[in-house]
Design a protein around this ligand. Structure first.
Ligand code: HEC
Length: 136
């Protein structure tokens, strides 16, 4: 059952992020294999990922209501930290080195989800976010 779900998810991924490099696919796959063990998850959704990324959240720090507070809403454009330091565009089509290093991706998911949501993102949420981000 789990394996079937994962197979479906990976098939969807192949369509959603077909430009993704092997390293990017491996990062996504590790979140997907954790997500299929979470209740309610069947497949990743770029639309849920988009919504989570751009929408204002509550529960986090007041000065970082959403992911696009720092990462530009136009993912092909640079973002900016709260201190005004530039952040390279999140879109892998513009910054091909994005989402290749699992430890780096996890470090920033941890920090950024806590800042914006006031909690860790689930593996399902991280899968949704990556499917959305990898397609940019
Ligand atoms: C306070 C500013 C800030 C906010 C808010 C923020 N980020 Fe980030 N994010 C950064 C910085 C700084 C980096 C590291 C620099 C870089 O990767 O260019 C980063 C890096 C990342 C990375 C690693 C990218 C890679 O190539 O490995 C991911 C994934 C990420 N952010 C996701 C998110 C998500 C999802 C949210 C919303 C829940 C979010 N960020 C909100 C500042 C922020």
């Amino acid at each position: 059952m789990m394996r079937n779900l994962l197979a479906v998810a990976l098939l969807l991924l192949a369509t959603a992020a077909e430009a993704a490099s092997p390293q990017q696919q491996a990062v996504l796959e590790s979140y997907l294999s954790a997500a299929v063990t979470e209740p309610g998850f069947t497949a990743p959704s770029a639309e849920r990922g988009r919504s989570l990324f751009v929408s204002p959240q509550s529960g986090g720090k007041p000065d970082t209501p959403s992911c696009v507070t720092c990462h530009s809403a136009d993912l092909t454009r640079p973002g900016q930290t709260r201190a005004g330091k530039p952040i390279d565009p999140m879109a892998p089509s513009v910054t091909p080195t994005r989402f290749r290093d699992a430890a780096n991706v996890e470090k920033w998911f941890k920090r950024n989800c806590r800042d914006v949501l006031g909690r860790d993102c689930t593996a399902a949420e991280k899968s949704d976010l990556l499917v959305f981000l990898l397609a940019q």
